[in-house]
Design a protein around this ligand. Structure first.
Ligand SMILES: [Zn+2]
Length: 145
């Protein structure tokens, strides 16, 4: 039975705690990563900050958003070491996912692989750093401040 229309493949949007589907609207995020900058968006209308970046403010729905760089340190709010993961991530295991609280916004991501779990503690200061993976893909990780 042939399908009449091609369905949009949005499976990746279901991965992780935060949906990354919104990033497809704001591809400049990737260009900034390539330049070594991890960026979020700030609404010029109401001042709300978002990470991952959004094209439309989740608070007031305004499209009047600007980029800001994630700089300084955030506080480690929670972390969890994964010993199994989705298809495509098996070779990365084990790795730790975490949430940093920067005050106005939170950043969800991974802990740098060279930091042992025993050196992590809730409340410690960490920074968000851009990372180029061995296969050339761009990402970011959390490292000790
Ligand atoms: Zn807004």
């Amino acid at each position: 039975m042939a399908k009449g229309k091609k369905e949009v493949d949005d499976r990746f949007g279901r991965f992780g705690t935060v949906s990354f589907t919104s990033i497809s609207k704001v591809n400049d995020f990737i260009d900034y990563l390539a330049q070594g900058k991890v960026m979020g968006t700030r609404c010029k209308q109401c001042g709300a900050t978002h990470f991952p970046p959004v094209a439309d403010c989740a608070e007031c729905l305004s499209s009047n958003v600007e980029w800001f760089e994630v700089t300084g340190t955030g506080k480690l709010v929670s972390f969890s070491t994964l010993t199994y993961g989705p298809v495509g991530f098996e070779d990365d295991l084990p790795y730790a996912i975490a949430l940093l609280d920067y005050g106005d916004y939170k950043v969800f991501g991974r802990i740098a692989k060279d930091i042992p779990e025993k050196e992590l503690s809730i409340g410690m200061a960490m920074k968000t750093e851009p990372l180029t993976l061995p296969n050339g893909q761009l990402s970011y990780v959390f490292s000790k401040a």
